[in-house]
Design a protein around this ligand. Structure first.
Ligand code: SF4
Length: 229
């Protein structure tokens, strides 16, 4: 498998773990505020293959606890279960990030016990979802299914929203809160601009708005937290 990036150590990407972060290419969404736009079409050059990654991990046994798999959208990769089995066989916990559009794959990973933590994006309220993921049309049924799978799962998970001033309002967080009522954890993280973001004109919300949005969502998800301020 092609690996498109490796951050050799992070204390931020996998809650409670000293981890590395592995980036896989390809995504079926086109969020206009994406930080990893260069990875979306899957044509970016690989930095290593899975064998090299596993060699790296063998050298980090006892130093790292976990591996965070992100993208792109990792669940698009058919050989993901093979990679996760190999990583877990080396004794590492696994976190997977997902855009929530692949519930059958997610269900398989959960059923086989291949993930220890899942972070799923909630891009926006249902009525603004398609706009926010940069597509002309989107069936929300897979998103709803992934939400339910995680809420029914015994493993730790989080829902999270990258909050963009131009895309989110208080009403959206009312709707999101209702959508994920009773979830274990919900994080709001402010958009940050980078050179890799494909479109200009997006801004972080004010601290005041972010706190207002978190307060609205916390009515439905008591563990709602702002991350990255
Ligand atoms: S789902 Fe994630 S990786 Fe895919 S376009 Fe959106 S922000 Fe980028």
């Amino acid at each position: 498998m092609k690996i498109h990036g490796l951050q050799k150590m992070t204390l931020l990407d996998f809650p409670g773990k000293v981890a590395c972060t592995v980036f896989l290419g390809g995504c079926d969404f086109r969020c206009p505020f994406c930080h990893n736009a260069g990875l979306l079409d899957g044509t970016a050059p690989a930095v290593m293959d899975d064998e090299a990654l596993l060699r790296f991990l063998k050298g980090r046994q006892g130093l790292l606890d976990g591996v965070a798999i992100t993208g792109g959208e990792p669940l698009l990769r058919r050989d993901l279960p093979v990679l996760l089995r190999a990583i877990r066989a080396l004794g590492f916990a696994v976190k997977v990030d997902t855009n929530g559009n692949h519930p059958a794959v997610l269900e398989g990973l959960l059923r086989e016990g291949l993930v220890d933590y899942v972070a799923m994006d909630i891009k926006n309220s249902p009525e603004k979802y398609t706009l926010t993921v940069g597509l002309e049309a989107l069936d929300l049924a897979p998103i709803r299914e992934s939400i339910q799978l995680l809420m029914d799962s015994p493993i730790p998970y989080e829902f999270r929203t990258t909050v963009v001033d131009e895309l989110h309002t208080a009403q959206d967080f009312e709707a999101i809160g209702r959508w994920i009522t009773g979830a274990k954890a919900y994080f709001l993280q402010p958009f940050t601009d980078r050179d890799s973001v494909p479109f200009d004109g997006f801004h972080a919300p004010s601290r005041e708005n972010l706190e207002k949005y978190a307060s609205i969502a916390s009515v439905y998800v008591p563990y709602t937290t702002i991350r990255g301020l």
